[in-house]
Design a protein around this ligand. Structure first.
Ligand SMILES: Cc1ncc(COP(=O)(O)O)c(C=O)c1O
Length: 395
């Protein structure tokens, strides 16, 4: 049985559109990522999962999985209320209600850490914590993009990237007695989030590989220096978090790093097909229904326009995966309510049949579906709610 037949049979009788996780592939990814992390504990990037049941499945799989990297303070407070602990909020927030919600959970003994990278944020967080007469655990975000004279290789996030900017942050920190610096995080997006094996881009791939090799060395050296500088002020610094799915092989090797992060690799969306260092299995996908056939090889489906965030490009569209050889049309791509799919293969397709696609990114798929159908051994074994399905929409 080919993949199309396999998944078609597995979801037979279900309402479309639906999103699914192939648990056999998902579990294989969980194990492969654990091995790729070497002996470093792994924090799960929740933005790339967005489903409590899947977060729990990863955490329960092995003790090497420890803690969650959240994308919103409100999300962290909610996860804490659901029984999760050790929650690092990776992006700064100034929303007082969200900080109060976090403080409420911290007062109950939960470990939640808020992200900071500037004197203004410190002042704000300290004022909110002081008003509640509480101590607030925080992290500092070290910018790990490589700032070369000819290229800014990486993303634009934290303003702390060298000893001078870190020094200014650390002296501002001294003024705030309600904040407790627990850890440092540095995300080398230019290695972790940038594939070096994109189809049809041989020259660019070669350049990316060369830049990544150079950046890896630069990042390791700078991170070690910056962490040592923090430890002069905070000798008990507990956590140094680094990396993502695409950088596990290098992040794990850094002595200054105490834990690595991974998220996208569990679902393995199309963005993560383009790495030379690893290959995870396409565990997540969605099915849309063929509702009309305007021409012999054109099958128009209802829905499907789940386009990923980030720099706009064709690669941000979902990719028809099964039947093999199916593709989007250039003029319409994946539409808001209608997606024509061109297919000239041997599979007999009829109205009512599904077309299976994969999203470009991992967790964003869950924003379009209330449930994930869990497939194992060729059949649906359970349906679990996404964050959206639980009425939660954080960003
Ligand atoms: C701070 C941070 N760490 C790690 C990651 C890696 O996540 P993933 O493994 O899903 O690529 C990201 C992704 O954007 C991130 O923003």
């Amino acid at each position: 049985m080919n993949n199309y037949q396999y998944y078609k049979k597995a979801i037979k009788g279900q309402a479309l559109p639906l999103a699914y996780i192939d648990l056999d592939k998902f579990d294989a990814n969980v194990e492969a990522i654990r091995k790729r992390a070497g002996d470093k504990p792994i924090r799960i990037a929740s933005k790339s999962v967005r489903c409590q049941a899947m977060l729990r499945r990863i955490l329960d799989s092995n003790a090497q999985y420890q803690g969650i990297m959240c994308y919103s303070a409100r999300e962290a407070a909610w996860l804490a209320s659901q029984g999760f602990d050790d929650l690092l909020v990776a992006y700064p927030t100034l929303q007082a209600q969200d900080i109060w919600a976090v403080l409420e959970q911290v007062a109950k003994g939960k470990r939640i850490y808020l992200m900071t990278d500037s004197a203004e944020q410190l002042k704000h967080l300290n004022a909110v914590a002081a008003a509640q007469q509480q101590q607030l655990p925080i992290f500092v975000d070290l910018d790990m993009s490589s700032r070369w004279s000819f290229l800014h290789f990486g993303v634009h996030r934290s303003g702390i990237w060298n000893e001078a900017t870190l020094g200014a942050y650390l002296s501002a920190l001294q003024k705030h007695s309600n904040l407790q610096l627990v850890g440092a995080m540095g995300y080398e997006a230019q290695i972790a989030g940038l594939g070096d094996q994109a189809k049809g881009k041989a020259l660019l791939n070669r350049a990316i590989r060369a830049f990544q090799a150079r950046s890896r060395k630069e990042v390791a050296k700078r991170r070690a220096t910056l962490v040592a500088q923090i430890k002069q002020v905070v000798p008990g610094l507990q956590i140094v978090n680094a990396g993502g799915t695409g950088s596990l092989e290098s992040s794990r090797e850094e002595e200054a790093v105490t834990e690595v992060t991974a998220g996208s690799g569990f679902y393995a969306p199309t963005l993560f097909d383009a790495y030379s260092r690893f290959q995870h299995q396409p565990a997540a996908g969605f099915a849309i229904e063929i509702v009309r056939q305007p021409q012999p090889h054109l099958y128009t489906c209802l829905g499907g326009g789940y386009v990923a965030s980030g720099a706009i490009g064709k690669e941000k569209a979902p990719e028809p995966t099964w039947p093999q050889g199916a593709k989007l049309t250039n003029n319409e791509m994946a539409g808001e309510v209608q997606t024509p799919v061109e297919y000239k293969g041997s599979e007999k397709l009829a109205l009512g049949d599904p077309i299976f696609l994969r999203h470009c990114k991992a967790g964003e798929l869950c924003e379009h579906f209330q449930q994930l159908q869990l497939i194992q051994g060729g059949q649906i074994v359970e349906a679990v709610p996404t964050y959206r399905g639980e009425g939660m929409c954080f960003l």
